[in-house]
Design a protein around this ligand. Structure first.
Ligand SMILES: Nc1ncnc2c1ncn2[C@@H]1O[C@H](COP(=O)(O)OP(=O)(O)OP(=O)(O)O)[C@@H](O)[C@H]1O
Length: 358
């Protein structure tokens, strides 16, 4: 049996904690790695008192893991979040990535009229690009727009919207979002140290997302767009459990394989009872800037056909153009300017406004 993270977690998951319950159920282990015979892990507990109480558990973890083949040494670090103790009632802590606090069902965000999740079945189809450009197009149309980058594994909105720096928190409780191109922005990426590996699993992810939704001073917004990670994972689930999502927009390229994944994403939102507002086809057609010839590199019309087959609205198509990528990389989304692609984002924005979704 090769020892890996999962094997190590399984080996210790039934250890009983001093306060009752098991280590596995309490979800206290973080950053489990095995390298050159050294198994390292972090035990995260609530406070220093809990850290003292967990000492016997630490010894038992060490004993069990050292018995595994290929493990020569076990290094355990027990941490408790720094900072002031939480007052009764659980005032928010700014340590992003904590465990979620109890919440009765999906909550609205005060002052935010609509929450729209932008999802895709597959990575790299242009979901983040669409989100930043749609946000800019809506702001240009006079709407009050927020953009939450919840792509926990690859937050790209700071680069695409040209923002950097850690958001301020004057009272140590609430987070001040950043502003760019008329859009109010917050990204999980702005709260992490550059290059920091995100090792959160389900509950920590849920806690981080809950903080970004509820602790950020979003102000009065017509719409908050949420850039989700690709696929159908914990973030999507947490979002629909924590926030009263108005609906989801699914982005896909026209290829069959992307569409297959898009269908899975649609199924997931249906199961989570978040209405799918419609589908967008990205990288739809390519017009050669030299000769004007139009080509369909990834096919064309597949997403519209899929929307028809599923009885969902088709919201529009965005051409494949080099300037979209260059603009995204430079922090000034293409929708800030004029031209064919900017118009396409503008039409999508108008559609949402007409339906009172933004
Ligand atoms: N219409 C377009 N024309 C040209 N390039 C595009 C277009 N849409 C997206 N791109 C480029 O494709 C790449 C992937 O886009 P993006 O990061 O938005 O995808 P994504 O679906 O959010 O991916 P992931 O979720 O995996 O981060 C980027 O380099 C982006 O600039």
């Amino acid at each position: 049996m090769a020892v890996d993270r999962e094997v190590a977690l399984r080996e210790v998951s039934d250890i009983v904690l001093p306060q009752g319950g098991t280590l596995g159920a309490a979800d206290l282990l973080r950053a489990v790695t095995l390298e050159a015979g050294v198994l390292r892990l972090v035990i995260e507990v609530a406070d220093s008192e809990a850290a003292r109480a967990i000492a016997p558990v630490e010894a038992e973890i060490r004993r069990r893991l050292e018995a595994l083949p290929g493990v020569d040494r076990v290094q355990i670090v027990t941490t408790a979040p720094a900072g002031r103790p939480q007052p009764a009632g659980g005032a928010p802590s700014l340590q992003i990535g904590r465990h979620p606090t109890r919440q009765a069902g999906p909550q609205p965000i005060p002052g935010v009229r609509n929450i729209i999740a932008i999802g895709s079945g597959k990575g790299g189809v242009g979901k983040s690009t669409l989100t930043s450009n749609l946000a800019v197009a809506l702001a240009r149309a006079g709407r009050r727009v927020g953009l939450l980058d919840a792509d926990i594994h690859g937050p790209s909105q700071p680069r695409m919207m040209g923002v950097s720096g850690r958001p301020a928190s004057p009272d140590g409780q609430r987070i001040e979002p950043l502003r760019a191109h008329g859009v109010t922005i917050m990204s999980i990426g702005l709260m992490l140290t550059e290059g920091e590996a995100v090792v959160w699993r389900g509950p920590m992810l849920m806690g981080a997302l809950q903080q970004l939704l509820q602790q950020v001073n979003w102000g009065e917004l017509d719409v908050l767009l949420i850039d989700l990670p690709p696929g159908t994972g914990d973030v999507q689930l947490s979002l629909c459990q924590k926030a009263a999502v108005t609906g989801a927009i699914i982005v896909s390229t026209p290829q069959d394989v992307a569409l297959l994944d898009a269908r899975r994403a649609i199924d997931m939102f249906n199961k989570l009872k978040a209405p799918v507002l419609g589908l967008v086809e990205n990288m739809s057609s390519y017009v050669c800037p030299n000769c004007g010839h139009e080509a369909h590199l990834f096919g064309h019309g597949g997403v519209a056909a899929e929307a028809r087959a599923l009885g969902l609205p088709f919201l529009g198509e965005i051409p494949l153009q080099l300037e979209v990528r260059l603009a995204g990389d430079s922090g000034r989304p293409v929708a800030l300017g004029e031209g064919e692609v900017s118009d396409a984002y503008g039409r999508l924005a108008q559609r949402l406004i007409a339906q009172d979704l933004a």
